[in-house]
Design a binder for this molecule. Sequence first.
Ligand code: ZN
Ligand code: ZN
Length: 220
Amino acid sequence: MGIFDKLFGKKNDESESPKAKPEPRANTVSNSPHVDVRISCGSCNGYYKIREGKYGVFAGCSNYPTCKSTLNIPDFILKYIQNYGLNIYRWEKECYKCKKKTPVYSYYLDYDLADLDELFSLGGPTVGLGDLSYIDDLLSKQISTIQLRYSNTTKSKYMANICEHCGALQGRNYVVDDPHEIIGELWHDRDMGKYLYTNIKIKDITPLKMDIKQLYAQEE
Ligand SMILES: [Zn+2]
Ligand SMILES: [Zn+2]
């Protein structure tokens, strides 16, 4: 069982489905991670990296075994967001209904986390608009085409992009789960910066805790 089978066991099935992320290309690794994206150890001059232990996957200090400081994965990710903020990306897609180009917005936390540890690019949940309610609320207050919509399929409300021309819902499938049909090259070349819209600074990560813990919960 691989390291990410344990960390992200719930998502394993998706790797078999057509909507799974395409395999990273060979040149992906050389372009990431950015060496300066690191979470400093709280106890020494090391930094945290993903490790596998008896009780699952966690972030441990690079100076192990001298330093035994650890973080659980959700706290590791929360510290990343606290230090580096959350990138919001904006790109344009053709509205399926009116066929005009409309902007769509999302964060791609899984993409950003690959800067922190390339293991994040190998698996794990896709995290975008609709997953972090605190961020979704912030975005919907600033961007008029991000609105709360009701899904008949899941019988629940969720935040989504709508077409700026005709108001049609631009489904999560095309924006968050599988944006690769349009931006795939940039995704794999670690070149999504082209579509960077803004970076939201989040000093107090408390409102994100519950969502991050649920998304990155390890199976018992
Ligand atoms: Zn340390
Ligand atoms: Zn439209």
